[in-house]
Design a protein around this ligand. Structure first.
Ligand SMILES: Nc1ncnc2c1ncn2[C@@H]1O[C@H](COP(=O)(O)OP(=O)(O)OP(=O)(O)O)[C@@H](O)[C@H]1O
Ligand SMILES: [Mg+2]
Length: 503
């Protein structure tokens, strides 16, 4: 193994404040040559802030950064790159209107004499790099035309191609399929052998145990501790992260499920899905499992009117709905919490307050059709309290909230419309363990009021832990159904991948 104890990067006593927030309060981290060092902590713990400091994006208020034992100061992303540090940020930062090749080699395109870009070589080099992820994509494809997962891969390849000494990955797998994630791990293991060091941030603790050598925990901007991964259990790690033991993550249903009141019959949309029929009972949590690309999101979006059905019926409380747009769906009482909170869910430049009320603005207009500011503020304060959204002010731009807190804002938006049916798509993506268990409690609470919830999720423990019933989709069709009690991870996977013929 190429790991040794030489320290390539060290941070000491870093402090970084934003108005009203002490994001980093004297943290430390030591990165050894050739190690994968995980950084974990709850949403808002300061992980991404530190990576912005290490990437030269934010200047710390105080503290020291050392590279190979020498004190450095980063005034720009260029400075960090010059010292061999590359960062794949949590938010994708590619140029959507440029090609894959131009993004990967931004500012480093091969040139011919006279300084002209050598496009042949650019495309050839790009094809070579894409092979690292078995990615069969034309280098000329515009990044905006790639699915989010592949954009994330391009971002990772871009960072790798700069041949850094230290590669920082901030939640790299959040939109990757399991196959892409495996390829990422394979690449990490290979690069480790070459002595490259990694800082790896993830809320998926299984990944930490799979790929990391050591793990450092932050809580509320403070350093909690560093452990060898082989000497620590998942429970101990969670305890370090949240400062208490988490028991009964998924909770239990303590109310009974009512009658069928919502159904979809014979739904079809292009190549996305066909022959889909399902029913939902009052208060039921119906899990929708399947591989990424199996048609679950398309089905959810179609029920919500975002992409109309070509065939089929949606029936709520005995009435066939004519849902041609999300507006129709919301009016009928259907909410949909998107998996892509950045691009489709939230208004990032607007205040948390204004996001909370977005799906039902008209509720806050008075007789004169003026917005009732104090009612809005009261509602937003209630959302912040009920959903435990960590923000210095309800006027804070959503862009500045941590990922998990953004997810809670999204949930508060959709619960605020008092839906009859709520579809949630990857409801806890990027959310820490503590906030996850809160979100599960909120979903159960909503269900206990008689709302049926359709939960699309790739997080199997979550599907199994929360669902009263589970449908499995494969290639656009529903191929299996399990009761919450009989379902196991093995059975659901076998069904989702088609290993089990009948399930
Ligand atoms: N640009 C900013 N302006 C104001 N506050 C900020 C800004 N960036 C981060 N914060 C705040 O700093 C704190 C730390 O946020 P950070 O994004 O580092 O958390 P994180 O550990 O990466 O969380 P997550 O797991 O949700 O990604 C949070 O309270 C966040 O709201
Ligand atoms: Mg973060």
């Amino acid at each position: 193994m190429s790991m040794n104890n030489r320290i390539v990067l060290e941070v000491r006593d870093i402090v970084k404040t934003f108005p009203g927030v002490r994001a980093l309060d004297g943290v430390q981290l030591q990165l050894r040559a050739g190690e994968v060092h995980a950084v974990v902590g709850e949403n808002g713990a300061g992980k991404s802030t530190l990576m912005h400091v290490l990437g030269g994006i934010y200047k710390p208020d105080s503290g020291t950064i050392m590279v190979e034992g020498k004190r450095v100061q980063f005034d720009s992303a260029y400075d960090a790159a010059r010292h061999g540090i590359a960062v794949v940020f949590q938010e994708l930062s590619l140029a959507p209107n440029l090609s894959v090749a131009e993004n990967i080699f931004a500012n480093r395109q091969p040139v011919r004499i006279l300084g002209m870009i050598d496009y042949n070589k650019l495309y050839e080099d790009t094809r070579e790099i894409l092979k690292l992820f078995d990615l069969d994509v034309d280098p000329k494809t515009l990044v905006k035309n790639l699915p989010v997962g592949q954009q994330q891969v391009v971002e990772i390849l871009k960072a790798m191609s700069t041949k850094p000494k230290v590669l920082i990955l901030d939640e790299p797998t959040s939109s990757l399929t399991s196959v892409e994630a495996e390829l990422l791990f394979k690449n990490i293991r290979r690069l480790k052998q070459e002595g490259i060091s990694f800082i790896y941030i993830s809320h998926h603790l299984q990944e930490i145990f799979e790929i990391a050598d050591r793990v450092t925990v932050f809580r509320d901007g403070r350093y909690v501790g560093t452990r060898d991964v082989k000497d620590v259990t998942e429970e101990q790690l969670v305890q370090m992260m949240v400062g208490r033991e988490l028991v009964d993550m998924y909770g239990h249903r303590d109310y009974s499920i009512g009658e069928v009141y919502f159904s979809v019959k014979g739904a079809r949309r292009g190549k996305a899905f066909a022959d889909v029929s399902l029913s939902l009972r009052r208060g039921e949590i119906l899990g929708l499992a399947g591989l990424v690309g199996s048609g679950r999101t398309e089905l959810g979006r179609a029920i919500f009117g975002a992409e109309p059905l070509e065939q089929g019926e949606i029936i709520l409380e005995g009435k066939t709905l004519a849902v041609a747009s999300p507006k129709d769906a919301i009016e009928a009482g259907i909410g949909y919490l998107t998996e892509d909170r950045k691009a489709q869910g939230l208004f990032l430049d607007m205040a948390m307050r204004d996001n909370c009320i977005a799906p039902h603005l008209e509720t806050f207009a008075n007789q004169l059709r003026m917005m009732d500011e104090s009612a809005i503020n009261d509602f937003a304060m209630k959302c912040r309290r009920d959903f435990n959204i960590v923000t210095p002010s309800i006027k804070q731009q959503v862009r500045n909230l941590s990922g998990g807190n953004q997810q809670k804002v999204l949930l508060s938006m959709w619960m605020g419309i008092k839906p009859k049916v709520l579809i949630v798509d990857e409801p806890t993506r990027g959310v820490d363990v503590g906030a996850k268990s809160e979100i599960y409690r909120l979903l159960r609470q909503l269900a206990s009021t008689g709302v049926g919830i359709i939960m699309i999720s790739s997080d199997l423990p979550e599907v199994l832990g929360l669902s009263d019933r589970i449908l499995v989709m494969r290639e656009g069709r529903i191929v299996g159904e399990f009761s919450g009690e009989e379902a196991t991870e093995e059975k659901v996977i076998a069904c989702a991948t088609g290993v089990a013929m009948a399930c």
